[in-house]
Design a protein around this ligand. Sequence first.
Ligand SMILES: *Cc1c(COP(=O)(O)O)cnc(C)c1O
Length: 360
Amino acid sequence: MPFRPRYTGLIERYRDRLPVSDDTKLISLGEGNTPLLKLNNIPKVLGKDVEIYVKYEGLNPTGSFKDRGMTMAVTKAVEEGSKAIICASTGNTSAAAAAYAARAGIKAFVLIPEGKIALGKLAQGMMHGATVIQIKGNFDEGMQLVKDVAEHAPVTIVNSINPYRLQGQKTAAFEIVEELGFAPDFHCLPVGNAGNITAHWMGYSEYFDDGIIDARPKMLGFQAAGSAPFMRGHMVDNPETVATAIRIGHPQSWDKAWKVKEESEGWFDECSDEQILAAQKLLAEHEGIFCEPASATSLAGAINELNAGKIPEGSKIVCTLTGHGLKDPDTAIKQSTSPLVTVDATLDAVRDAILNNIAD
Ligand SMILES: *Cc1c(COP(=O)(O)O)cnc(C)c1O
């Protein structure tokens, strides 16, 4: 029997909506087609009558939505004859770039902020054989360096300023519509460079223009309070947040994201680091869903808007969970309050440990 892969990837699935030809060689790891999970318990915990769905993008091959964009960006880079790709990254773009470059047999260079990237992401970049360049600076400085160096070296930039990235990422909106059978009332996303919120709007708009849906969601973009240029109305120079994936002060899709806000009649808002971590824990403890801190910003934001009455009860909400919780084990363990019990290796000790903890 011939090899018929179950996971063909999103380019294959949405070929006629993406800029590829019949001859394009696809660089794929079976990305996309991630679960859309309806939250069963959290609305009850919140005491709210709402339907909240989470799009679990952490289940992409390298553990974040960046794979949707990277399969397109690397496919096109290879098609155009590129032998090397480069990106600045808070971690997940570097992990995806490294993996897809390995798949394609080309070289990846990734610039990351020293000491400010989650452990799992660093491991991925190194393991996939990328040249990892740590800079003594933040993402925004890395991004500028990448733009400058790409003018002097034969490398293709695969940050979200590469238009193929957004083309790949728009497919998440297609999947949501196909699964729900309609577009949600609100779509909540964490916002860093604002590429993903832009890409989702492109996807919804394409289906709207083709008459597949008759309404588009209000797009809500949430930032960490210490890293919230869209709230300040200007670029921020020293962004700080526990949600390292959105520790970005100079968003690359600034104008595009403001347009999304206008066109969708949505808005931006901010969440404290405490609210972000609380939402991460809520998902893990009440739904069995483990996402990284930045991802939980979408739910933290939705909860704030529900409490403020800005999202009315009865609404249908989709929150994108952008990356997997295993990306950042340090932050997870630090904030966990679950009992970690150490006992002697005896029947009595283990039985006591169970009986002492069974009440709750
Ligand atoms: C990249 C990333 C974001 C931010 O996406 P933008 O397109 O930069 O706004 C959010 N969460 C995670 C986990 C990411 O990796």
